[in-house]
Design a protein around this ligand. Sequence first.
Ligand code: BT5
Length: 266
Amino acid sequence: MTSSMIGRLNGLLKTQSIGRLIHYQDELDSTNTVLLELGEKGASEGTIVIADKQTEGKGRLERKWVSPSGTNLYISVLFRPEISAADSPLFTFLASIALNETIEKTGVTNTEIKWPNDIQMDGKKVAGVLTEMRTKREMVDFIVVGIGVNINMSRDYINAEMGKVSRIATSIKENLGKDIDRAKFTADLLLELEKWYQIFCNKGKKPILEEWTRAWGDMNKRVRINMEGEQGFEGSALGIDDRGYLLVKTDNGEITKIIAGDVSVI
Ligand code: BT5
């Protein structure tokens, strides 16, 4: 997103509160880091931070999100839900649903949600979600949902900019064969986010978990789970529980809950 696109985004935005306050900079370390600081200073629900390039884009578990300029979306959104901190992973699912629907609206037909926080096309990653929060005792003070989407990167640009990540990454452009309007994509994404947030506020987590499961690509597939610093294992992916943990049935019939880890289909 460039500064002129932010003007267009303002014009296209149909939300009530999300994105009504936009902090934009051409270059930032990480939109999540900046919004966490704004949240600590009392920024209101719906505040967003957007950059055209990130120098320290973050993934989960201290990983990096490769964030070159000129083609993609790097956005963070602030929520102040009155929920227990234990329910915060729901925001990763809520954002994944909104993201998946927005990507489908561009005309891409083969997107899939991957547990816990990816959107993939043909087994390659097009977008990721990083949910971070600050708590007050056991309750959420605020949540920052960070979303990175590879939008108009060509295969040549992916190969040039992404190093070894280029093998596992793709973009909407690579799938559609054409550029799409980043301001329109962002306006659509924010509207979807607001819609799913309202569903969550009015009806609780059940519809979020159901919709996520519907769009999830790995139901009943044989998967390998790799966990940081631990031995991995294989099994059959069954679904998620009401906390968002992945349920995997191992070969001896036991059902194991996965809290954090990487899942690959085998
Ligand atoms: C994620 O982490 O997928 C969360 C990504 C969230 C990025 C957004 S951008 C706006 C906001 N501000 C931030 O600082 N972050 C958020 P994880 O599941 O841990 O995946 C990280 C892994 O994905 C890396 O280790 C690479 O293998 C791969 N990767 C890195 N950059 C990528 C990219 N641009 N496209 C596809 N894959 C990428």
